[in-house]
Design a protein around this ligand. Structure first.
Ligand code: ITT
Length: 186
């Protein structure tokens, strides 16, 4: 089976391929550069994005929207994670948290899949902490800062499989896979 993932992010693509390998499904990339609206929730962004993609592609596809929500910063950068990473980066986040004891954070992921007639949403979360320094050179963007609660390693210190087992995206993609197994491809 082949699944079309609309994304411009090679790392996300690799993570999705690794999840779907378990069921021997191929994930193909469509880099359409869909518009990401400014909204307070990932769900709203994903709904708008998938509607745009289905209109354009006219065949089943999925997108994934994610963000890092830091407790001490009242959920910042959240839906603005990409912009914030591209502007202040990990060094900037560490500076914002300088001297702050509460390092709790959560990575959230929302997958939106449309089968040609209906959209299904699958969410995943990973709770953890923002480390005191940049650790590891794997993964992407905030991975060297984020230490999931089940581990002492940052996401950037893990293999893709290990990250997927604990990550927000691994969880939302697993829900998508289970949905396919149960409802679409019995
Ligand atoms: P798309 O083309 O799929 O939209 P993107 O990189 O623009 O790819 P998002 O809009 O979902 O993805 O942006 C979310 C940002 O949140 C992303 O650019 C990273 O900065 C950050 N982020 C999300 N998931 C992450 C992860 O697993 N590890 C590190 N940073 C992550």
């Amino acid at each position: 089976m082949e699944l079309m993932f609309v994304t411009g992010n090679e790392h996300k693509l690799h993570e999705a391929k690794t999840v779907m390998k378990k069921v021997k499904w191929a994930v193909t990339q469509a880099d359409l550069g869909y518009p990401e609206i400014q909204a307070d929730t990932l769900e709203e962004i994903a709904h708008f994005g998938i509607n745009w993609c289905i209109e354009k592609l006219k065949k089943p596809c999925f997108i994934e929207d994610a963000g890092l929500f830091i407790d001490a910063l009242h959920g910042f950068p959240g839906p603005y994670s990409k912009y914030v990473f591209n502007t202040i980066g990990n060094e900037g986040i560490l500076r914002l948290l300088d001297g702050i004891c509460n390092r709790d954070a959560v990575f959230k992921s929302v997958v939106a899949y449309n089968n040609g007639s209906k959209t299904h949403i699958f969410a995943g979360e990973a709770k953890g902490q923002i480390g005191s320094e940049i650790k590891g050179d794997g993964g992407f963007c905030y991975d060297p800062l984020f230490i999931p609660e089940e581990s002492a390693l940052s996401f950037a210190e893990m293999e893709t499989k290990e990250k997927n087992a604990l990550s927000h995206r691994g969880k939302s993609l697993n829900k998508l896979m289970n949905y396919f197994r149960e409802y679409e491809y019995r």
